[in-house]
Design a protein around this ligand. Structure first.
Ligand SMILES: *Cc1c(COP(=O)(O)O)cnc(C)c1O
Length: 396
């Protein structure tokens, strides 16, 4: 008898396994924070995107509980049909206020915001130029849009210019896509230069502030604020699930852009509205992001301190390459997937929770460390110590 129609799945999985690319989940218990319980073991957490520690903040928790009591657990419909609540509108106004844009629109996740925005803005007659290290949701958005998509080399303005010169005039609209903080590297996009090119070649720009919002800029408005580009014509998207400690995504921009998306974005129109709990928690978070800049001060202090420890405490050259970073994401690139897994395992046994990133999430294997505002000096030193003990090959 011939193999079953599903037989290929087992073979595909064993190929993934042989390449050390197998993925699995680890269970966290209790509230998120600098110290967490991972699979029953207390560990220091350097694997979270909860940069400002808002996901465990009592004000977000109380806001989510109160909204659930008042409005129920589900929003029960799409925003256009029956799922729209005053809370959604309040959150959109708060986000537009933070971003200093005319309008904002809340989606059910950041991933959906990217898919639906790109699919609405461009089509088969259009060109999309995308940084090669952009997040999966931007890449999938290009595929969904059926636009002519081209990657430019990471942060490489000369390559982007060359591709614009070659391709721009053959297409109707053009959209440039970039992460603001590259999520698996930690460096920033060259936003002012991207905007200058976009003016020269008459392109739209969409910047993904998933890791910028709450973290960068004096008021936490993100990379756009950091570079002094507030108020420029731009499409800004982001997530409610990282520094904002909730779940959901948003797009911020002009009134016309948002009105257009309400009419044309399939991932906003045809999906259920954000739950009352997530909406209320995100609304509380936006207020805290603006009102408590001390959290950002502590976060950036910790980022500086960890960079110091990583540069002081290790032989030169270390057996990893520390990737350039201007964010709380610090990556140590190593030679291969097996090494990064062993390193992650060693660190976990030493009570340190880090992310071991392998292809295809990033082009090369790396340990990804994320810093939070609540990390203490001792936590950072323990991390450095754990890395040293990996180096000396000692068991913890
Ligand atoms: C996490 C992330 C997203 C997706 O956001 P979710 O709200 O988690 O779906 C999009 N873009 C980037 C760069 C991200 O890091």
């Amino acid at each position: 008898m011939s193999e079953s129609a599903y037989g290929w799945i087992e073979r595909a999985l064993s190929t993934i396994h042989r390449a050390h690319w197998t993925r699995s989940t680890q269970t966290l218990y209790g509230l998120p924070g600098a110290v967490v319980n991972l699979d029953g073991q207390e560990v220091l957490n350097f694997a979270s995107n909860d940069y400002l520690n808002l996901a465990s903040d009592h004000r977000l928790i109380e806001a989510a509980i109160a909204a659930t009591r008042e409005f129920g657990t589900g929003s029960t419909g799409s925003r256009l049909l029956s799922g729209h609540r005053a809370l959604h509108r309040q959150l959109e106004i708060a986000i537009a206020d933070l971003k200093q844009t005319e309008e904002a629109l809340v989606f059910s996740s950041g991933y959906l915001a990217n898919l639906g925005t790109i699919a609405a803005l461009v089509g088969p007659r259009d060109l999309v130029l995308s940084d090669q290290y952009n997040h999966s949701s931007l890449k999938q958005g290009v595929i969904l849009s059926r636009a002519h998509g081209l990657d430019y080399a990471h942060g490489n303005l000369a390559d982007l210019r060359y591709k614009l010169e070659q391709q721009r005039s053959a297409h109707r609209r053009c959209l440039i896509l970039t992460d603001s903080v590259f999520s698996m590297d930690g460096d920033l996009c060259p936003l002012p230069e991207l905007l200058a090119l976009s003016h020269e070649f008459n392109c739209m720009v969409l910047i993904d502030e998933a890791h910028g919002t709450g973290v960068l800029g004096p008021t936490g408005a993100g990379c756009v604020e950091h570079f002094g580009c507030t108020g420029q014509p731009l499409i800004q998207m982001g997530t409610l699930s990282k520094a904002l400690g909730s779940l959901g995504g948003y797009v911020a921009g002009s009134r016309l852009l948002i009105d257009f998306l309400r009419n044309r974005s399939p991932t906003w129109i045809y999906t259920t509205g954000l739950s009352p709990a997530d909406t209320a928690a995100a609304l509380a978070a936006v207020t805290i992001v603006r009102g408590e800049p001390d959290r950002r001060t502590r976060l950036w202090h910790n980022v500086q301190r960890l960079k110091e420890l990583l540069s002081q405490d290790f032989p030169t050259p270390p057996p990893w390459q520390q990737l350039p970073s201007d964010s709380p994401i610090l990556c140590l690139q190593v030679t291969d997937a097996a090494t990064v897994l062993a390193m992650g395992q060693h660190l976990k046994q030493s009570g340190l929770f880090v992310s071991a990133i392998r292809p295809p999430t990033a082009p090369t294997s790396r340990i990804r460390l994320t810093v939070m505002s609540s990390h203490q000096e001792g936590h950072l030193q323990q991390l450095s110590q754990g890395l040293r003990s990996w180096l000396s090959g000692k068991k913890p």
